[in-house]
Structures are given as C-alpha cells and as structure tokens.
Write a protein that binds this ligand. Structure first.
Ligand code: FES
Length: 257
C-alpha cells in the first residue's frame, strides 16, 4: 500500500489540495512524507505500513507500541508510545513492540508476602546499579529505579504504588545495564500487594457471594444461552447510572443487588 492510496486515515484529498502540511520522517531509515499532526502510529499507517503486531489499544494503555527515535542534531535517544507521540520533522524512528525479558515462573498461591520471595524469583534485582536509565526510558513517567529500590528494601506496597501505571511496554528493560526485567518484577510486587497485602473489600466479598446465588446463576445462565443479537439488544437497553446521580441513586430493577 502506498501513502497516496491510504484509505484509512482519510487524508488523501486534503494533502492533494495542500491543506495539510507534510513533514519528512524516517522509519527504519526510509524517508516518508506524512502529515505533521499525526501520531507516529497514524503516520506509519499513512506511509503504508499495516500493523499486525506492535499495536493494540491505540489509547496508551496496552504498551504494545513502544517506539524509539532520535531528532536531528540531538544525541538523546527518545522513547514514546507510537499511538500517543506526535511526529516531528526529520525524526528517525523504529518500533520495539517486544523486548525479551526473563519472566520467573511461580505458583502464585504458594507465594508469601515476604520480600525474599521476590529476591528468590528475581535475584538479578540486586544487579541494579542505580543508573536511572529505566526511569528515563519510561513513557509513563514511572520512577522505575525507585520501584526497584523499593523492592530491594522489601517495601512491596511502595513498589506496587509507584509502578501502578506500568503498561509493560518493556522500554525500561531495553535500556538496563544490569539486565533486569523491571516490569516483570514490578508486576509481581503489584500482584502480591493486590492479592495478599491489602485488606479484602467487604462489599466485594458480598457481591461475590451474591453472584453465586440461585437467582443470579439463573440470570447468568440465561445470558449464556442468548444469541449475539439478544445480547446486543439487552446491553444497549441496560439502565445506566446518570452522570449527576444522587448519592442514594439505585437502578429501577434491583433484582440482582
Ligand atoms: S497501542 Fe496500546 S499503548 Fe499504544
């Protein structure tokens, strides 16, 4: 697919009439002219690339579109998410949709909240030399070096809190001189924190119990037997809580509450 033929972005007519400013970018060393206001992801598609990997949510959440780039006359290596970062003139870029990182295997049910559990699974955590490259590489502005420091100190809750916005893009790993798999380590800290450290919410337990009631099971069984059209109809006709609902708002049908 050529850039001029691109249907998906709908930009053909505008570029031909000169309404859009085109700028040069270099993708894996090859030069393309793309509209100046596009994200890297849209620009790649405009240039004719089709994503079969390295693209997921298109909303900055899934971490599939990690990208590295350089700008002319600037020695810095920049990082960003292709779906969020806007192209700049003469940027040189390539995507890193996957970066190999050692992931420990464990039976989560058997893990305790002792920090040594993480040390045993990821002994390389002590290879961190505090260079802070992981923090600089993070497109989500997570202080990843502090996360690793917290893990080393046994502060699992702190590590979990600091890394809460991690989207597992792997850019931290790509820059680590100690060869740590930071995002896997941080994810384990969040799992331990979420599952074993923070108290259970009473209303969640009540809701889980209620979901096992006969009447809920009957309703769920009915949904399971519905065809796709019935599901779409009932989904579209569901009652939605108003945006400015009163504190004591309840749905008209409280059968399953
Ligand atoms: S496509 Fe999901 S973060 Fe960019």
């Amino acid at each position: 697919m050529k850039a001029e033929d691109n249907q998906e972005t709908g930009l053909k007519e505008k570029t031909e009439t000169g309404k859009l400013k085109l700028i040069p970018i270099y993708v894996m060393g090859k030069r393309y002219q793309v509209p100046h206001a596009l994200t890297i992801m849209k620009a790649l598609e405009y240039a004719g690339y089709r994503f079969i990997r390295g693209c997921g949510c298109r909303g900055g959440i899934c971490g599939a579109c990690a990208t590295v780039y350089r700008k002319p006359g600037d020695y810095h290596l920049y990082v960003g998410l292709a779906c969020q970062t806007v192209v700049e003139p003469d940027m040189y870029l390539t995507q890193i949709p996957f970066y190999p990182a050692n992931r420990a295997h464990y039976d989560f049910a058997q893990l305790t909240v002792e920090p040594e559990e993480i040390f045993k699974l990821y002994p390389e955590v002590f290879r961190c030399i505090a260079c802070n490259s992981c923090t600089k590489a993070c497109p989500m502005d997570i202080p990843m070096m502090d996360v690793i420091s917290a893990v080393k100190q046994g502060a699992i809750a702190r590590a979990a809190g600091l890394s809460f916005s991690c989207i597992q893009c792997g850019l931290c790993v790509s820059r680590c001189m100690g060869e740590l798999p930071q995002y896997h380590i941080a994810q384990l800290a969040r799992r331990i924190h979420g599952s074993k450290l923070i108290p259970r919410a009473p209303h969640l337990t009540a809701a889980m119990t209620a979901a096992k009631d006969e009447k809920c099971q009957k309703m769920l069984g009915g949904l399971m037997k519905s065809d796709i059209r019935q599901l779409i109809t009932s989904y579209n006709s569901r009652e939605i809580e108003p945006e400015m609902a009163a504190d004591d708002w309840t749905p008209a049908n409280c059968d399953y509450l």
